[in-house]
Write a protein that binds this ligand. Structure first.
Ligand code: FAD
Ligand code: NAD
Length: 520
């Protein structure tokens, strides 16, 4: 494996040599792009004594995205899910810098980035290491009318806009002498996308409507309806079948209209159009709406799309590919890393190193067990061989010849799935990368840097009516009184500061005893 190892450590070795030549070792500049889950957790763990760290982001705060649906309904306030970046710039008497710029270009050969400030003035920032954590954008799939008429749920401002639009529609119906039909149309809330974001937003709105709106807007309440449209055959497709069914039943209780197997194909000012995903010959349906919320997944930012065009090996990709050490593939510089939603991991392919692996196993009987025994060492380079990723028990194979063994390795390669674009994974990647920076990059001994291995800790979703579903490594939770308490405990400990924990608790009590705020 010396070849592979040499490639990975190339950049560091070059740096050590130049350090030696320069005599005194200077602090290297690490530039972090993005103040989201990846960027901020990297900042929390990187050693400011070892590096000059600069955080660059147009957003001077961190958003705790899992709580955004609660902001749409008013269950929580902004203070529960927003943290100023200045909270993360000081550590053990050492400080780092924050620049409120948006990065527009990465000049990787010359080791600098081009940014623009609020007034569109261009600035150059030089780096020794660059950590890209710019996340992703909501994906409209270029569907006509989405960018113009739909509301995304990506950040705090988006959530507040959604809430304001709904309250404005309520007010209009209260004051103006609209026909019954017009009121029904204006108060039709539509959520597009039955993934966790869409489901949570629909659940939160149902709570808001069935409690505060029902009490305070008695005359208008009967005109309100909520629909969720999912192009696949079930809600929460990444959870279990039981959880999807439970969610659908809960939505029936909450009077949320669920349209599965329907795809939104166009939106205009007052109507949206849906088409059956199963039968393309079925006539399109035209449905009126008052508020349409778009939660159909993510796409890459302009920065990433432009960066891809500059890397010959990645020009045809639509997302940044990094190796198992989170190093951007296709650059000779080995000093640019990417974490979070802006990348996927493409580890080295095991089957292309069959010969080296056979030598490494040093056995006459090639079988799955001998691979398993060496998997801990091998997964430092090939994460797909780890027992977390490959089920050795159900894929036992004995007495393989070289070709069979190569095929077996190929199966392991194909089985590897890149970590999904979640906060959970962005955080794990940030902790991994900062650990590598703190412990390996400046280490002059030839030690092998371990690969990143994600650990799936489960997924949680609030589905309204105090019901929470959870798909956990060893069990699943389908609602129940305890589920909501469990959800709150998980989020309280995930919040980054005591200030936001306090606000989370205060908001929870406020909603419990006084309800969500509504205009008088
Ligand atoms: P982000 O957190 O999106 O941060 C990107 C940062 O980069 C931002 O600060 C942005 O301003 C900055 N940036 C963008 N462009 C530039 C540029 N050109 N230059 C400099 N900076 C730039 N995941 C879960 O695991 N559990 C959940 O419960 C969950 N709930 C969610 C709920 C909602 C409503 C949403 C939208 C997402 C949710 N997610 C959840 C997914 C999770 O939020 C993302 O996977 C996570 O935010 C990705 O982290 P990131 O650091 O890659 O990007
Ligand atoms: P998603 O990609 O998980 O789901 C989007 C859904 O929209 C898909 O099921 C897709 O079939 C559907 N869709 C796409 N186009 C459509 C169309 N034109 N008409 C109708 N339906 C359409 O997106 P998300 O829910 O925004 O989640 C994004 C990421 O954030 C995921 O990785 C998710 O796991 C994570 N997340 C997690 C949580 C949680 O764990 N509680 C909450 C929110 C987001």
């Amino acid at each position: 494996f010396s070849d592979i190892f040499r490639k990975i450590k190339y950049a560091c070795e070059k740096k050590w040599k130049s350090d030696k030549n320069n005599g005194e070792k200077k602090k290297e500049n690490v530039v972090v792009l993005g103040s989201g889950w990846g960027g901020i957790h990297f900042m929390l763990n990187i050693d400011f004594e070892k590096y000059n760290v600069t955080l660059v982001s147009p957003r001077n705060y961190f958003t705790f995205t899992p709580l955004l649906p609660c902001l749409c309904s008013g269950t929580l306030s902004v203070k529960s899910c927003k943290e100023n970046v200045k909270n993360f710039l000081k550590k053990n008497n050492c400080t780092s810098n924050y620049l409120q710029y948006e990065c527009t270009d990465i000049m990787y050969n010359d080791k600098y980035i081009i940014c623009k400030d609020k007034n569109d003035k261009q600035v150059k920032i030089f780096y020794d290491y660059l950590v890209i954590a710019v996340g992703a954008k909501s994906n409209s799939f270029n569907i006509k009318g989405v960018d113009k008429y739909a509301f995304f749920v990506k950040d705090i401002e988006d959530a507040l806009k959604i809430r304001n639009k709904f309250l404005q529609n309520l007010e209009k119906c209260k004051i103006k002498n609209y026909s019954e039909e017009k009121k029904k149309n204006l108060l039709h809330i539509v959520v597009v996308g039955g993934g966790p974001t869409g489901v949570e937003v629909a659940g939160e709105f149902a709570d808001f409507v069935n409690k505060e709106i029902k009490n305070k807007y008695k005359n208008i309440y009967p005109y309100i309806s909520i629909s969720i449209i999912e192009s696949g055959n079930k809600l929460l497709p990444t959870f279990t079948e039981n959880i999807s069914n439970f969610t659908k039943n809960n939505f029936n209780i909450l009077n949320i209209n669920v349209y599965t197997n329907y795809c939104v194909t166009e939106i205009d000012e007052y109507y949206f159009f849906i088409q059956s995903s199963l039968n393309q010959n079925e006539k399109k349906k035209k449905i009126p709406y008052g508020l349409i919320i778009w939660a159909s997944g993510i796409k890459q930012t302009i920065l990433i799309n432009n960066f891809l065009k500059k890397i010959p090996e990645q020009v045809h990709n639509n997302i940044l590919n990094v190796n198992s050490h989170l190093n951007v593939i296709g650059l000779n510089t080995f000093n640019i890393f990417a974490i979070g939603d802006c990348k996927i991991i493409k580890p080295l392919q095991l089957h292309k190193y069959t010969y080296e692996i056979i030598n490494f196993l040093n056995t006459n009987n090639l079988n799955s067990n001998c691979l398993k025994l060496k998997s801990k060492e091998l997964c430092k380079i090939f994460p797909q061989v780890s027992e977390n990723k490959w089920d050795y028990f159900n894929n036992k194979k004995d007495n393989m010849n070289e070709i069979e063994f190569e095929n077996y390795l190929h199966k392991i390669d194909l089985n590897y799935k890149t970590p999904s674009p979640t906060a959970q994974n962005a955080k794990q990647e940030a902790y991994y990368l900062s650990y590598i920076f703190n412990n390996y990059l400046q280490n002059k001994n030839n030690v092998l840097i371990p690969s990143f291995l994600d650990t799936w800790k489960g997924s949680l979703a609030y589905i309204g009516n105090h019901q929470v579903v959870a798909h956990l490594p060893f069990c699943e939770i389908k609602g129940g009184l305890f589920s909501f308490t469990f959800w709150r405990i998980v989020y309280i400990q995930l919040l980054l500061t005591w200030k936001s924990r306090l606000h989370f608790l205060l908001d929870t009590f406020r909603t419990r005893f006084y309800g969500r705020p509504v205009p008088k």
